[in-house]
Design a protein around this ligand. Structure first.
Ligand code: HEM
Length: 370
């Protein structure tokens, strides 16, 4: 039985491999920003709670520093989410549109959840700026962000299960349902959203390098970051196991038979092991230093990129077994447009890098949250 509509008769304007590279690159950037947001908020909340419970001024101050930065991070999450969405629609539209319609009510709700969580972040940051408690608002924002992540995970897993689509449509043609029966929906959420502590922990270690912060705060940020990175890796490993176990044997065999995906899986294992070691050293020494923070940040991003590649492989192989071949598209490349696009794409990345540099080297203002 063929589950998928016929491909669009208009050929692709660029090779599939180029779309896939751009998709995976921009998705790794989107997920990296999302993990800084989710993990940073979670850690900020823990520090804020510890600060209030024990009257620990340093913890309150470090928590304030984290929440203060998160509205900016949210802007990156959203803007870096758009490119992979466009590439995914070009490559996988025939599956992705169907799953989006099936959970349509929730999928549309993402826009409103996003606005509410963004508002919550600003509100929490404003309260922290004026020395007021922000735990309740921060928690509400985290729940909203976690819900958005859950809806994404639902859609990205539902698009891989065409055999349940007809039944789901009959159950709720209005799209008032989620793909909660999927064996990987919850664990994938855990991997990306709770495992976020790995990325945000690495970013905290980098933040601790800023020399104008008080030295106690720098040590706290560095050690809490190292602990968070350690915990994040363990959580990712804990969630990765049931995700892999839930894959049908045919999917695993085809995945590991592909040299690129097999290499990505082994690379992920090696990178998280190295990150675990770096985080342990950083926590034990407790001395903020670039020698551990920079390699940890690099490992943090590379392990995420490797996970994105494995995720890509699981999708391609699963869809292929269901009768959808992503590589099987008519391509008529318009090289002048592709060239112009690549120039603009690199320029946009350079502008983002420049903006990050400007923010990093901006005039120091004293931050006081406690
Ligand atoms: C706070 C907001 C957001 C959170 C927490 C979030 C979280 C996630 C998570 C957890 C995934 C991985 C799902 C999986 O593979 O199981 C994901 C994928 C994705 N997200 Fe986001 N996201 C957010 C906002 C956005 C926005 C605003 C966009 C687009 C405008 C976006 C675009 C995407 C795309 C395109 C993918 C995957 C595409 C693919 O499978 O090819 N996200 N997101």
């Amino acid at each position: 039985m063929n589950y998928f509509p016929a491909p669009d008769p208009i050929p692709l304007p660029a090779p599939v491999w180029l779309f896939k590279i751009l998709h995976n690159l921009t998705l790794a950037l989107h997920l990296g920003a999302m993990q800084l947001l989710a993990g940073g908020l979670l850690t900020g909340l823990c520090l804020a709670i510890a600060g209030r419970a024990n009257g620990n001024r340093n913890a309150t101050q470090a928590a304030g520093m984290l929440i203060h930065r998160l509205p900016t991070v949210m802007a990156f999450v959203i803007n870096l989410g758009v490119p992979p969405l466009l590439f995914a629609q070009v490559l996988y539209g025939r599956a992705l549109y169907t799953s989006s319609v099936l959970i349509g009510a929730y999928w549309i709700a993402v826009i409103f959840l996003l606005m509410a969580s963004y508002y919550g972040l600003y509100f929490a940051a404003k309260r922290a700026d004026s020395g007021k408690p922000w735990i309740a608002t921060g928690l509400a924002a985290f729940l909203l962000i976690g819900t958005i992540g859950f809806i994404y995970t639902n859609n990205m897993t539902l698009m891989l299960r065409p055999q349940v689509w007809a039944g789901m449509y009959q159950h709720s043609p209005g799209g008032l349902q989620l793909n909660v029966k999927d064996p990987t929906a919850h664990t994938r959420w855990g991997f990306f959203v709770l495992g976020a502590l790995a990325s945000s922990g690495c970013a905290m270690m980098l933040l601790a390098l800023r020399r104008h912060f008080e030295s106690d705060i720098r040590i706290l940020l560095f050690r809490a970051g190292a602990f968070s990175a350690f915990l994040g890796v363990l959580l990712q490993a804990g969630f990765a196991m049931p995700i892999i176990k839930a894959q049908p044997a045919a999917v695993m065999t085809a995945l590991m038979a592909d040299p690129i995906y097999a290499l990505s899986a082994y690379a992920w294992l090696a990178l998280v092991t190295l990150l675990l070691i770096a985080a342990t050293f950083a926590f034990l020494t407790g001395k903020p230093g670039a020698i551990l923070a920079v390699p940890a940040a690099l490992l943090g991003f590379l392990q995420l990129a490797a996970a994105v590649m494995v995720r890509d492989g699981i999708r391609d192989v699963t869809l292929r077994l269901a009768g959808f071949e992503v590589w099987d598209r008519q391509v008529v490349t318009n090289w002048s447009v592709v060239g112009l696009f690549l120039v603009l794409f690199v320029a946009a990345l350079a502008v983002i890098g420049y903006l990050i540099r400007v923010v990093a080297s901006a005039r120091r203002i004293e931050e006081k949250y406690a």
